[in-house]
Ligand binder design. Structure first.
Ligand code: 5GP
Length: 349
């Protein structure tokens, strides 16, 4: 047994120090980034590098259409059928949206077989998100190797991991972008059920450093509770930031709309929750426990206002530290460790 005594940080442990800046208005800040990828090298991506989680309560086609207007990216959840994808493709006149969506799968052969069929029907799909709760198994790496051979021109997203050595391993074996985060999610109970995890800001800083040395990219996945957390994730070196909870509860989100005593709520649950397993896998298998929970969120209407709020917050962060482009935010960031973030004398909102 080994104890690592180095302090690891979460978003709540730091603030970003303001710096002199020659940006006179946050409207001058450009949040778009352009990326070339390590393996899927002919693809150049330009947009706002915020991703919607591939959960069936957030990564919907309706969400993709709404966030595409702001050039955000959606990882479409894996439970759509071939038929649903064909219908979406047929009904979408502006095929540029395929630069802003990924098809998702797990590591099981049946999942991969399904994306093979869908991608055969829709060659416009350029991004594949291979998502498992634990990206550390040798089997998972072998799946990434196989997918890279089968889809040499696509951008492969793989995860989740939280440490530098596994980030490097996945990039070397064929991933372009590594998804980083174990346990920080708003409806995740992995840390409670297993005791496993890694403070998210440190995971981002360490995995970004490992990835960038190999011309790879990372997604900071999970744990953002407000626009400031997105800014901290980018400041820590994340190329993309993914969120579920912030995009849940809207018209475009999945999950049932429920009315209780005249007030509207939307259902949101983890993809390893009992609710999700009952829905998609015929219940929780005897050998495992659920690692996610279900919550009811106050219904928030259209996702548009939420997007503007996040983008406005990040633009402001950039202007506080003198970063005219999102690309500069990381090098303009100095984190200070704090013991208190917010004044909550009038509540938490
Ligand atoms: P959030 O942005 O809501 O804090 O976190 C979203 C992320 O939580 C997702 O992108 C995914 O990585 C993770 N996640 C989603 N469902 C579950 C679950 O049931 N269990 C765990 N451990 N993580 C989940």
């Amino acid at each position: 047994m080994i104890i690592d005594n180095e302090i690891k940080l979460d978003f709540k442990d730091v603030l970003i120090r303001p710096k002199r800046s020659n940006i006179s208005s946050r409207s001058q800040v450009d949040l778009e980034r352009e990326f070339k990828f390590k393996h899927g090298s002919s693809i150049i991506w330009k947009g706002v590098p915020i991703m919607i989680s591939n959960m069936d309560t957030t990564g919907t086609f309706e969400m993709a259409e709404a966030v595409y207007k702001h050039k955000l990216f959606t990882c479409i959840h894996k439970h759509y059928l071939v038929f649903d994808w064909k219908k979406f493709y047929k009904g979408t006149l502006d095929k540029d949206i395929f630069n802003y969506i990924a098809i998702s799968c797990g590591s099981k052969e049946e999942d991969i077989h399904k994306i093979r069929i869908i991608m055969n029907e829709i060659p416009d799909i350029k991004f594949i998100c291979v998502d498992v709760a634990n990206g550390y198994s040798e089997y998972f790496t072998s799946v990434i190797i196989k997918l890279r051979l089968e889809f040499p021109d696509k951008v492969i997203i793989a995860g989740n991991v939280v440490t530098r050595e596994m980030t490097e391993e996945l990039l070397i074996k064929g991933a372009d972008i590594v998804k980083v985060g174990i346990g920080p999610g708003s409806v995740c109970t992995t840390r409670k059920q297993t005791g496993v995890g890694y403070p998210q800001l440190s995971a981002i800083i360490e995995c970004a450093d490992a990835a960038h040395g190999l011309n790879g990219h990372i997604i900071a996945d999970g744990g953002c509770t407000n626009p400031g957390d997105f800014a901290k994730a980018f400041g820590g070196g994340a190329d993309f930031v993914m969120s579920g909870g912030i995009f849940a509860g809207h018209d475009e989100s999945g999950g049932e709309l429920i009315e209780i005593n005249g007030k509207k709520y939307k259902e949101f649950y983890g993809m390893s929750s009992k609710t999700a397993m009952d829905k998609h896998s015929g219940g929780v298998a005897n050998y495992r426990s659920s690692e996610g929970k279900r919550v009811l969120l106050t219904y928030k209407g259209s996702v548009n206002d939420t997007i503007l709020d996040i983008l406005g917050g990040i633009r402001s962060s950039c202007s506080y530290v003198g970063a005219p482009f999102l690309k500069n935010l990381s090098k303009c960031t100095t984190f200070i460790r704090v013991s208190q973030q917010l004044n909550e004398v009038y509540g938490k909102s």
